[in-house]
Design a protein around this ligand. Structure first.
Ligand SMILES: Cc1cc2nc3c(=O)[nH]c(=O)nc-3n(C[C@H](O)[C@H](O)[C@H](O)COP(=O)(O)OP(=O)(O)OC[C@H]3O[C@@H](n4cnc5c(N)ncnc54)[C@H](O)[C@@H]3O)c2cc1C
Length: 394
């Protein structure tokens, strides 16, 4: 007897159809023209982020005790995939979903009670995540931002780069060195995580400069000069910050991979529709295998990557280790969305360059995910070392 839909759904993970439909309805209010205008004017999609926050979607992973929906990561994955499959872009706010996890897992009860309910209600934004620095790049333990004790609190000096959404966030999670490199046993020791209230610090000890980029991402460079933090800004134990950040990275990779799956599906829908309609040499261009095959290959890659996303979600939600799966999901999904984007560009010919088709915008947006939040090479190096047991190369 063939398996029932329910039996198949278990290994594939729940699909949350009602959630998908609700997100589709919300996204219908933000069409291509809206995103084109934001992109053209370099404007933060305030209305879109506001609508998501108001409907509670940005607090979806916050437990009910702290005012959130308390749903599993798979639900967040469905939300982000759907946003991207509808041609929208969750990059303006996705970080809140996974940054919050660091506070939830490692923050004190007092910190959680103070911050999480307001974040869940959409009154406070925790959108900024300051890890990367100009000199250290992918080598996070080499970062130079220093936090020194002063009385019961801390003083921070340093510089961050690519801190996205810092100008649109109330709070920032910051990774800084609290014990100098030469005094720690392992390079990853001696780093600590702080929750910084940007509302108080912005324009004083924290200067935030936007970086113009090829996509509308609201990323910034941050100069920190004598930032005074209270003792309770420290999240978890001093010196264990790198581990806390690593803990959150699996969720980040899985959610970014979900966005890539959404992008890939959007590209494939648009490209196939265009290939069926566009007639050149008296036949639809989609009749040519040169057009069909890249689309078919990207479709197969997307389906395979989605299975890995679902597996990684299932492991994460079961509280199991999922580092390899989260990394593979990100790697495969970012490749699939890029290949689908390339196929969509080629299928649209010259019209791919016309902004009103949205192809070039999405193509620029999805390209990011082969570099950030972790580059493809670093994922491959992780798999080679941690899974295949090859000598460490980084
Ligand atoms: C638009 C945008 C938004 C971002 N948002 C944030 C954010 O909100 N918060 C934040 O902290 N960071 C953010 N980042 C930073 C992002 O995570 C980094 O750009 C990324 O991790 C790569 O670091 P890097 O740019 O310093 O590249 P580098 O580390 O300088 O690497 C450059 C290239 O060399 C390769 N490479 C380096 N070392 C090795 C090695 N050992 N083996 C093989 N290849 C290697 C890399 O894979 C990469 O391709 C953002 C970046 C961008 C572009």
């Amino acid at each position: 007897m063939p398996p029932t839909d329910e039996e198949i759904a278990v290994p594939l993970g729940l699909d949350w159809p009602e959630l998908r439909e609700a997100i589709e309805r919300l996204c219908a209010g933000f069409d291509g023209a809206y995103w084109q205008a934001c992109d053209r004017e370099g404007r933060y999609p305030e209305e879109f982020v506001g609508a998501l926050a108001e409907a509670g979607y940005l607090g979806i992973l916050i437990p009910e005790t702290y005012g959130g929906a308390g749903l599993p990561l798979r639900a967040a994955s469905v939300v982000l995939e759907t946003i991207h499959a509808r041609g929208c872009n969750a990059a303006a706010c996705h970080a809140q979903m996974y940054i919050m996890g660091t506070l939830l897992r490692h923050g004190s009860e007092a910190q959680k009670r103070r911050w999480l309910p307001a974040i869940a209600r959409g009154e406070l934004r925790l959108q900024a995540f300051g890890i990367t620095e100009p000199q250290s790049g992918s080598d996070t333990p080499a970062l130079r931002t220093r936090a020194r004790r002063k009385g019961n609190g801390w003083v921070v000096e340093g510089r961050k780069i690519w801190t996205s959404r810092a100008l649109h966030s109330d709070l920032m999670l910051l990774l800084a060195r609290t014990t100098p490199l030469e005094r720690v046993e392992r390079r990853s020791d001696g780093l600590s995580v702080f929750l910084v209230d940007l509302r108080e610090a912005r324009g004083k000890s924290v200067e935030i400069r936007p970086i113009r980029t090829m996509l509308n991402h609201h990323t910034t460079e941050i100069f920190i000069d004598g930032l005074e933090l209270p003792g309770d800004a420290l999240v978890g134990e001093e010196g264990r910050g790198f581990r806390y950040i690593l803990d959150g990275m699996n969720a980040e990779r899985i959610l970014i991979a979900s966005e890539c799956i959404g992008d890939a599906r959007w590209f494939l829908d648009r490209a196939c529709a265009y290939a069926r309609e566009r007639v050149v040499f008296e036949r639809p261009i989609g009749q040519n295998q040169g057009i069909q095959f890249p689309l078919a290959r990207a479709f197969a890659e997307t389906e395979a990557a989605e299975l890995m996303v679902r597996k990684a979600c299932a492991l994460f939600d079961a509280g199991r280790l999922c580092g390899p799966e989260a990394n593979m999901a990100k790697l495969l999904a970012a490749d699939a969305s890029w290949h689908a984007g390339e196929a969509a560009m080629q299928t649209h010919g010259g019209f791919a360059f016309a902004c009103e088709y949205d192809i070039e915008r999405k193509w620029r947006e999805t390209r990011l995910y082969r570099i950030a939040p972790v580059s493809t090479n670093l994922v491959l190096a992780y798999l080679a070392h941690k899974v295949l047991g090859l000598p460490k190369s980084y």
